[in-house]
Design a protein around this ligand. Structure first.
Ligand SMILES: C[S@@+](CC[C@H](N)C(=O)[O-])C[C@H]1O[C@@H](n2cnc3c(N)ncnc32)[C@H](O)[C@@H]1O
Length: 242
């Protein structure tokens, strides 16, 4: 008896940007894919709640299968590498069976997003589609009602995790700056902005577009821990800083 076997191609991995927090900032494309792709994966940092999942929670179909991917937020590169290898194995078992997988990314997938570590592992083996999202940078600028940069300004994006000397050098060169990953580095950055006379041109935006969004001048920030999802925008407005 002849035996027939269905020939099925591999599934597609979709890396989908879900924006900075407000569900209404999902793109139409992201919303459509969420309604169509059955397996929805997302990073669950250190086993905690996934912000990306929380953003899309109102539009996740009941029939979706969820795949939380544990990503440890650690400095140790080897531990992170192993976690991404494990994550990729989880997803590739579905992709190999011809099932599409949608991976949720806060903001935009390729703007400082951890999706790039998944993409570099899976894109040589499976079709991958990257769907851009609204970035936290543009959301923060909108929240404070001030442009990020204009005309010939050079905008520098500076991770606060860099050493103080490097941040100082970058700020001295910049026409406008966005300092990301502020969190526990806030005091270091505030001291630098004050030293460089930029405190008055700086605004701190925490949890932009989320229910608990807060905006401060650099000198008004309350004592205590700063959240990881905070960004400092530095811009002098129409007049140059110097
Ligand atoms: C690893 S980066 C990811 C950026 C993200 N992929 C994007 O497109 O905006 C994380 C940093 O982005 C900034 N960030 C992300 N979401 C934010 C939000 N809703 N409000 C303020 N800053 C945010 C913070 O500086 C945070 O430390």
């Amino acid at each position: 008896m002849a035996r027939y076997q269905a020939v099925m191609g591999p599934g597609t991995l979709y890396g989908v940007g879900v924006g900075p927090g407000d569900t209404e900032l999902l793109t139409l494309k992201a919303a459509r894919l969420l309604s169509e792709v059955r397996i929805i994966a997302y990073p669950a940092p250190n086993g905690g709640e996934s912000l990306a999942r929380r953003i899309v929670a109102p539009v996740i179909p009941e029939t979706a299968r969820e795949l939380p991917i544990s990503i440890p937020m650690v400095q140790n590169r080897e531990a992170a590498r192993q976690a991404y290898d494990r994550a990729v194995e989880q997803m590739s078992s579905h992709l190999s069976l011809g099932e599409h997988v949608l991976f949720l990314c806060e903001g935009d997938p390729f703007f400082y997003g951890s999706f790039m570590f998944i993409h570099e592992r899976l894109s040589p083996r499976f079709p991958c589609v990257v769907v851009p999202g609204v970035t936290s940078l543009t959301a923060c600028a909108a929240a404070i009602g001030r442009p990020l940069a204009a005309r010939n300004d050079v905008l520098r994006i500076i991770p606060a995790t860099l050493p103080k000397e490097r941040i100082r050098a970058e700020l001295k060169q910049a026409d406008a700056a966005a300092i990301i990953k502020v969190g526990r580095h806030f005091d270091k950055v505030r001291a630098l902005l004050e030293e460089l006379g930029l405190a008055q041109s700086s605004a701190v935006v925490e949890h932009a577009t989320q229910g608990d969004q807060r905006i401060f001048g650099i000198d008004d920030v309350p004592d205590g821990e700063r959240p990881y999802f905070s960004t400092i925008l530095v811009y002098g407005g129409g007049e140059p800083w110097r």
